[in-house]
Ligand binder design. Structure first.
Ligand code: A2P
Length: 329
């Protein structure tokens, strides 16, 4: 496969290169793309150095797949240009996710819907991906009516600038700020920008993307997204109300049989998911699974995943793998 990675110098872009390499994706030619200021810089892949090229040059090459992780405005402008020359774009930004003509794909759930006609495929938001991987089998079996989600999101989700701010603060340096407040030794109930309804965009992504992926607009979702000074991954407290009742043990069993999920739930051994240990893992970890005694048919769980991997790079590469395997590009 001739494959372009757009945003190859960014945190997610770098992770995409790592994941392509680790999973031995059949790359015949690699084209790293970034902004004009990075053209000519080198990135490493499979022990070789590759020069960063411009968007225009990458389009001329007509790669079979372009995995984008360079922000929403870049995707809005450039993804259609790649699509025009026949490239299939897997886009990590929020630009196309809620577009009715575009599919929002988590491979374990809905890659089977992809066809050759899908030229721009949206990768969901990191917080949504890890949650729906765990929710999809539960929705099928017990029918979800309402979700109350609180997230504890890693600074890596904001990109290189945020990690730099965190490191500067830790070292007592006064550098550039990615957040409106200090992030070290702090929690910011503020991920992405605020919208007119008082929620942040990140919170509304959890609402809208979850419904789109689970194909059920009747699911009521409310979310609070919080940025925490953590590097390894995102954590989520998820309260789920089902239409039908369940047995906790049966629900745990169902999750433990779910593709991409690892149940870590052994209270005697203090075993539960934590971002430090989800770091560099591709799976979604679920634990603290317990009945919510305050409400009928309800359960609480704690869901953790590496936001740069399953929340972004791994999910995108899994989509590319599906496209390659089923000869859709
Ligand atoms: P660059 O390094 O040249 O700025 P992160 O989210 O970690 O900050 O990474 C964002 C990625 O998106 C980087 O690779 C960045 O390249 C790339 N990028 C930003 N703006 C553009 C653009 N207009 N065209 C292509 N790539 C872009």
């Amino acid at each position: 496969m001739r494959i372009a990675v757009v945003g190859a110098t960014g945190l997610v872009g770098q992770k995409i290169l790592d994941v392509l390499e680790e999973r031995n994706f059949p790359v015949s030619d690699l084209y790293p793309v970034a902004s004009e200021r990075s053209v000519g810089k080198e990135v490493a892949f499979k022990g070789n150095k590759y020069k960063v090229i411009s968007m225009e040059d990458a389009i001329q090459i007509k790669p079979q797949i372009a995995i984008f992780s360079a922000g929403g405005s870049t995707s809005l402008k450039w993804a259609p240009e790649f699509a025009k020359v026949g490239t299939t774009v897997v886009d990590n930004s929020s630009a196309w996710r809620m577009d009715e003509s575009k599919k929002l794909v988590v491979p374990e759930i809905n890659a089977c819907e992809l066809t050759k006609e899908d030229k721009i495929i949206a990768n969901p938001n990191c917080s949504t991906i890890q949650m729906v991987v765990a929710l999809a089998p539960l929705h099928k079996k017990y029918k979800i009516e309402r979700l109350v989600v609180s997230t504890y999101q890693s600074i890596t989700g904001t990109g290189v600038k945020a990690v730099q701010q965190f490191e500067d603060e830790r070292a007592g340096l006064d550098g550039e700020k990615a957040y409106p407040h200090e992030i070290d030794k702090n929690c910011l109930p503020h991920c992405d920008v605020f919208t007119d309804n008082g929620y942040t965009k990140e919170e509304m992504k959890l609402v809208n993307e979850t419904r789109k992926i689970l194909k059920d607009d009747s699911i009521r979702v409310t979310a609070t997204a919080v940025r925490v000074p953590v590097v390894g991954g995102h954590s989520e407290s998820v309260n789920i109300e089902f239409a039908n009742d369940f047995e906790v043990e049966e629900l745990k069993q169902l999750l433990s049989e779910t593709d991409g999920v690892i149940v870590q739930d052994n209270l005697d051994e203090n075993e539960y998911p934590m971002p430090k240990y989800s770091h560099e893992r591709d799976e979604v970890f679920v634990g603290r699974i317990r009945r919510d005694y305050s409400n009928p048919n309800s359960v609480n769980m704690w869901v953790v995943a590496d936001n740069l991997r399953k929340g972004a790079a791994t999910n995108a590469v899994q989509i590319a793998e599906y496209l390659a395997k089923h000869e859709l590009v």
